[in-house]
Write a protein of this length. Structure first.
Length: 236
């Protein structure tokens, strides 16, 4: 199991798992369909889980009077997890959502400005709106006024033979092979799908933070002890 495997490796692995001829000349006509299948599987897996190794931080400066900002090029706006602004020497979290009540304090439609920004939301045309509108420009020296946008980055190109997959190669291949085998009516298609699901569950389990428990009364409170009465004695 590995990430960053080349497309040609995934194609060869897919053909082996799906019992398709390994001879390249036999797959000339099927290659495009096989590549699109691998791409589609990786896209679906990317959409289904916030893969930690794809989490990135991107910074961009604010400008006085600018209300809307384009998201970083390699970040899908729907996969943005949080936005912070650097102010007074530290990063301050912007709350998601801008309500009408907020505009009663600083009305962005009237170009009312203040510092620092406190909230953000996705605006039409896939832009980021921040509130209130900044009344000062970012400082490249102190970093004051820089936004830090954190989220799951987009998948890289996966078209040419030497392009590399962003997700686990074995996981992609197993799901793709299960689909090919099912399309051909193979009896072991479900078995291949079960293998893919088991691997997916394992990978997600390893990448999902676990709840930690602390001893000596710090952290989670233990469940109350249950007392069982084994013998009833009448009072004298």
């Amino acid at each position: 199991m590995a990430r960053k495997s080349t497309l040609i490796k995934l194609l060869n692995d897919l053909r082996a798992e799906a019992r398709v001829s390994m001879v390249p000349s036999h797959n000339i006509q099927a290659r495009e369909a096989q590549v699109k299948l691998l791409q589609r599987v990786q896209d679906r897996l990317w959409e289904d889980f916030a893969w930690p190794h794809l989490r990135v931080e991107r910074q961009q400066p604010v400008e006085a009077g600018q209300r809307y900002y384009a998201p970083p090029e390699d970040l899908n706006i729907e996969r943005i997890e949080r936005i912070e602004v650097f102010s007074d020497g530290c990063w301050k979290l912007l709350c998601p959502g801008i309500d009408p009540e907020n505009h009663s304090a600083w009305n962005s439609d009237l170009d009312e400005r203040s510092w620092p920004p406190r909230r953000w939301q996705i605006y039409e045309d896939e832009t980021i709106e921040i509130w209130p509108i900044p009344d000062t420009n970012a400082d490249a020296t102190t970093r004051d006024g820089y936004l830090k946008i954190t989220g799951i980055r987009n998948l890289r190109e996966f078209v040419e033979d030497d392009d590399r997959a962003d997700l686990d190669d074995r996981l992609i291949v197993l799901y793709a092979a299960a689909e090919l085998l099912a399309a051909s009516g193979a009896k072991d298609a479900q078995l291949k799908l079960d293998q893919a699901n088991a691997l997916y569950t394992k990978l997600r389990g390893h990448l999902t933070p676990r709840k930690q428990f602390r001893m000596f009364g710090i952290g989670e409170r233990p469940a109350p002890r249950r007392l069982f009465i084994s013998q009833y004695r009448r009072p004298e």
